[in-house]
Design a protein around this ligand. Structure first.
Ligand code: ADP
Ligand code: ZN
Ligand code: ZN
Length: 729
């Protein structure tokens, strides 16, 4: 009897569909979520089983066979498989690529899902009762390991065994197998008692806790310093007490060591951290510990959303407005939006927290799709910072710093405070100009200028990474009178060093924190008061709690007022509010000065007089009137090529095909060149698809994307689809 059992497999390739295979052998079929090795073209690849069928559209004799089943039990739970297939459809991304992206690299390559021994070990009761003398005669290596571990009753780091002779790992495995040693929690520094929550915190925590076990999305809108983290922790405690696991997404792990510390202090030894800085093995260990249910709190950046959990109970997305939650290439998903899908599928609550919620989330909260929880005041004794605009038209500036700002800095430093200067531009100067002929050093591969980095005497493009030694002479006229225009953080640092010679200056930007651990060190120095002037880019805006900062100066935010992107005002307001929120987080009241050339600009005026919450609500009204997201839905089709014409020609073909297919409620606009048309040696163009409702947009894309792939122009470009684009670049 012919074998009519077909296995559907998502293979890591740009295919819209899963592929059908015949089973490797009779017997039960590998369950969905199991990895299999399958032939694909002339290669053999690792795919994930997504389902079974009794029949394939392809005749039996053309079907190929699964070569090997790699897992005894599904590696991806049904719930994650469902999320992946949903996301592949929603973002128009190949399902095999989406699911491959869910797996840590070694598992993606087909390796066995084994965990390395835990990091810390201690003796069990049996281990303590063991006669090491007898053990030494029978198994000297095991005895050596046992004795070494016995020296550290609170847990011995595995690295402390590395100097033992021979295969100590095998010895450790034997000891564990005999129940003489067991993994220990990584020596907890201390368990910190939670502070008594204030009333607003308590109400928010109660609402979240009451929703455990059901799908509810909470938007926790809490001003900076209002104690959102304590609310998360209270909810986390409650979920753990129910025996559940929690997943916490944060914007960028390197920027939030404090949050991890706070989790570790409250639930020591039960936290797994997942981020891009981990080695493959470490990532896999954490991933499997979460899947096993051993790691109870999983903290990570956006892709940690796809971590399997044995007993999921709660998802938290901190700083839910942050742009880094959206992946900008390949599988272009938004982790906040997919978190909502996952929480709904699981029937568990989702908490979105921010001092400056995205307009999307705010809109959902106002429409009562989300439950709005607010923390209107700072926790403890801290007062809200006072914001003030400073008109710098015609004013003398020293490396971009006006005299009034310098005076206020002195006053705050004299009073023992710390000062933070925000300048969102790294390097020494953004422009290098020839004073004789006006030539400007530009990037040969982009429509962009090169930034001068003085410390290593190089010119760098911040868009494509091109760099070269700084020019001595003008490339046009040969003059040696080259001058820098504008300022970056390096120049500001130098100038502050001259003006405040007795005060330590700490610079935090991508250059000063490149080395692993550098960010932590600099923040520690800041916390210990070694540097009392802090300056930096938006890396400084995110969630840091530096108790002594009493003054913040925002040196240049004017470009946010005139950005081409419709999200520019929202972003500007979020950045100003977040940076300002670093001031006055304890007893010292905070003062925030915002330098501007446009002191009467209505956006700045509203933001300062009414605060982010009211500002954002009025932006929402404008978005509604302009039919922009969240009151309409967008997709951006991008194309790029080495030559200028093919991207536009291809998108023109796409537009024509799309217009024929589209019902009246979907608009195709463009193609137009990207705002920076040439980047990294390629010309870029884009086509915008807009619809009032999601359903017709997705109907169109579902038909258009496969059609676009077959258009004659498709072969001459690289192209992609971005659903709910965050950047219109
Ligand atoms: P947010 O994340 O909202 O900006 P944090 O959670 O970092 O705020 O809290 C700001 C500061 O206030 C932290 O130092 C925190 O320890 C403190 N804090 C939070 N809740 C309380 C409370 N109920 N009582 C006293 N201090 C608190
Ligand atoms: Zn010149
Ligand atoms: Zn460039």
């Amino acid at each position: 009897m012919p074998d009519h059992r077909v296995i559907q497999v998502a293979v890591p390739a740009p295919l819209e569909q899963t592929l059908d295979y015949l089973p490797a052998s009779p017997g039960p079929l590998p369950e969905p979520g199991t990895r299999v090795r399958v032939p694909f073209g002339r290669r053999s690849v690792t795919g994930v089983v997504t389902g079974h069928a009794t029949q394939s559209r392809i005749p039996d004799h053309c079907l190929r066979r699964v070569q090997q089943v790699l897992d005894d039990a599904p590696l991806l739970p049904a719930e994650l498989l469902e999320l992946g297939l949903w996301a592949a459809d929603y973002y128009h991304c190949p399902p095999g690529e989406v699911l491959a992206g869910f797996l840590p690299a070694p598992l993606r390559k087909g390796q066995a899902p084994t965990r390395r021994p835990p990091e810390y070990w201690q003796l069990t009761d049996d281990g303590r009762a063991t006669d090491t003398g007898r053990l030494r005669r029978r198994a000297p290596r095991q005895a050596a390991v046992l004795e070494r571990i016995a020296e550290s009753p609170d847990g011995l780091p595995v690295a402390a065994l590395a100097d033992l002779d021979g295969d100590w790992r095998a010895a450790l495995r034997h000891l564990r197998g005999h129940g003489l040693v067991a993994p220990a929690a990584p020596a907890p520094t201390r368990v910190v008692e939670p502070p008594a929550l204030n009333q607003a915190q308590q109400e928010a925590a109660d609402a979240i806790i009451a929703s455990l076990g059901t799908f509810t999305t909470h938007l926790l809108e809490g001003v900076t310093g209002s104690g959102k983290t304590e609310v998360y922790l209270a909810a986390v405690d409650a979920a753990l007490a129910r025996g559940e696991q929690v997943l916490v997404l944060v914007p960028e792990i390197g920027l939030t060591p404090q949050l991890i510390e706070r989790f570790n202090a409250r639930v020591p030894g039960r936290v797994a951290v997942l981020h891009s800085g981990l080695a493959d093995g470490e990532r896999q260990d954490a991933w499997l510990a979460a899947a096993d249910g051993e790691a109870e709190a999983v903290i990570g950046t956006r892709s940690a959303l796809f971590t399997p959990l044995a007993r999921p109970g709660l998802i938290v997305v901190d700083e839910e407005h942050d742009a880094s939650l959206k992946q900008q290439e390949g599988f272009r998903y938004h982790a906040r939006d997919l978190a909502a899908v996952r929480a709904r599928n699981l029937g568990i609550p989702l908490v979105l927290g921010s001092a400056t919620p995205s307009l999307e989330s705010l809109c959902n909260a106002l429409a009562e799709r989300y439950r709005l929880l607010s923390l209107p005041r700072r926790a403890g004794a801290a007062q809200p910072p006072r914001l003030e605009l400073l008109d710098i038209r015609g004013q003398p500036l020293d490396a971009g710093v006006s005299r009034p700002v310098q005076e206020r800095m002195r006053a705050h430093l004299d009073a023992g405070g710390q000062v933070l200067l925000f300048l969102n531009r790294r390097g020494y100067a953004p422009v290098l100009l020839c004073h004789d002929c006006g030539w400007i050093a530009g990037c040969p591969r982009c429509d962009a200028r090169l930034t001068w980095h003085q410390a290593d005497r190089r010119l760098r493009c911040h868009h494509c990474g091109h760099e070269r030694p700084v020019d001595r002479r003008c490339q046009e006229c040969g003059s040696t009178d080259l001058r820098d225009v504008g300022q970056g953080t390096e120049k500001l640092e130098q100038s502050l060093g001259e003006r405040f010679p007795d005060t330590g200056v700490i610079r935090i930007d991508r250059d000063s924190t490149r080395r692993k651990g550098a960010m932590d060190e600099l923040l520690d120095q800041a916390r210990q008061g070694e540097g009392r002037i802090l300056l930096g880019t938006q890396m400084l805006a995110k969630g840091h709690d530096l108790p002594d900062i009493s003054m913040v100066a925002i040196l240049d935010c004017d470009h946010g007022l005139f950005g081409a992107d419709f999200r520019a005002p929202e972003r500007m307001a979020q950045l100003i509010t977040q940076v300002a929120g670093r001031a006055g987080r304890r007893e010292r009241p905070g003062e925030v000065l915002i330098q501007t050339h446009h002191p009467e600009h209505p956006l700045l005026d509203t933001l300062l007089r009414e605060g982010y919450g009211r500002f954002a609500r009025s932006l929402l009204t404008q978005r509604r009137e302009a039919a922009l997201p969240p009151y309409s839905h967008l997709a951006l089709i991008r194309a790029e090529a080495v030559d200028q014409d093919p991207p536009r020609a291809f998108l023109e073909q796409v537009r024509r095909a799309g217009t024929d297919m589209a019902s009246g409620d979907v608009l195709l606009m463009g193609p137009v060149p990207a705002p920076m048309e040439r980047r990294a040696g390629r010309y870029r163009a884009q086509l915008l698809v807009q619809a009032t409702h999601r359903a017709p947009l997705h109907r169109l894309l579902r038909a258009l994307v496969p059609r676009a792939a077959e258009l004659p122009g498709a072969r001459r470009v690289r192209w992609s689809v971005d659903v709910d684009p965050q950047d219109m670049l």
